[in-house]
Design a protein around this ligand. Sequence first.
Ligand SMILES: [Zn+2]
Length: 122
Amino acid sequence: MHEFSIGDSIVRSVIEELARLKTPPGALRSVRVAIGVMRQIVPDTLVFAYESLSQDTPAAGSKLVLRAVPVMARCTACGWQGALEVPLFLCGACQSGEIELMTGMELQLESLEVEDDGHAEH
Ligand SMILES: [Zn+2]
């Protein structure tokens, strides 16, 4: 299960981040992650994996929010840049296969939303 290994690495990064920010256990509300379309994950499965894997960790009870990043590429033959229609890896202008991916492989923690502790301190 591809989603479980990705879920595991997300949970581990989140735990590291919570430790770094000294966030009390249970205060994490949600985690926003950018994930490239090239990763070909099933979002519901990844959310389920995250929820299962984060149980009994300081991230327990938090929600995973995914942002899909489209595949953008550049053609080295004609200089075209644009979104790719996966799984067709051809230039959108000259149909050349000489393309370089610019985005679409992301797996990145974007933000953590932590419960407000009632103080106006931010
Ligand atoms: Zn081209």
